[in-house]
Write a protein that binds this ligand. Sequence first.
Ligand SMILES: C[S@@+](CC[C@H](N)C(=O)[O-])C[C@H]1O[C@@H](n2cnc3c(N)ncnc32)[C@H](O)[C@@H]1O
Length: 291
Amino acid sequence: MTTREAEIRRHVSESYTKAVTTPGSSCCGGMQPAQKGVAVKSAGYGPELGELPPDAVENSFGCGNPLAFSEVREGDTVVDLGSGAGIDLLIAAKRTGPTGRVIGVDMTDAMIDRARANIAAAGLAAFVEVRQGYIEALPLESGTVDWVISNCVINLSPEKEKVFAEIARVLRPGGRMLVSDIVVESLPEELRRNQALYNSCIAGAISEADYLAGLRRAGLTDVQVRSRHVYDEMQLESLIESEIVDPAEKKRAGGCCGPSCCGGSGDVDVARLARRSAGQVASISVHARKA
Ligand SMILES: C[S@@+](CC[C@H](N)C(=O)[O-])C[C@H]1O[C@@H](n2cnc3c(N)ncnc32)[C@H](O)[C@@H]1O
């Protein structure tokens, strides 16, 4: 890992620590906490949310519902990459039942604490756990997993090829992956360099074609997009605005990429950037299988 990649990872972890410990902070998809419930529902979750500890729902930072497209069965072993506060762990547990196992992996201590509290509150600690670790080096044995799921996390990795290789390693033959994530076809350079937008799952995202090619290169088969939601100009504008038009982040954007690329004063023309990026950013659900 390069120094720059380590720095990105540190920023991401700090951002999610803040997101889960500070009221009013933004999250993946640019939603404020008051909007999170709405975001979660529109992300494809159903009535199952009513059965979960409210804290798991309120601290959901995903961009889809990977389990909606999976066929997780009783007794399966499910691993959630970047499990956050645990929403998808709890839903997966309802499908696997106590004869299965559900394992979350996350790098951020505050998120792990939150997920463990939510697992305990749901009474599922006997077969649901969270491990501290990186999705680029999963703390799991090879060939032991029936389903890898993930919700809006792989875009945050500066080493996506390693993540794809790890998915292929931990799946057992016939095991499958269903991941919801953000893909970006092209993005203005000033947005690509913005760490706040990286933390929000946009600036680090790769194109759909590169995503699918990366999974195939890792040796996975049946690689298909099962759903796709392309963000329109208005959705992008509110996302960019919530992430960049914050004095602290604006300053940081000017500081990290230098005044010249941020328009001299650090000002960002949000409407123009949203117009230029409309149709380029999508949330997808991707399926793959280990032969
Ligand atoms: C956008 S949030 C999604 C959380 C959860 N999947 C959900 O839907 O609410 C990203 C999560 O991934 C974790 N994460 C990001 N990069 C990671 C990495 N390289 N290794 C492990 N965890 C990571 C963060 O700590 C954070 O909890």
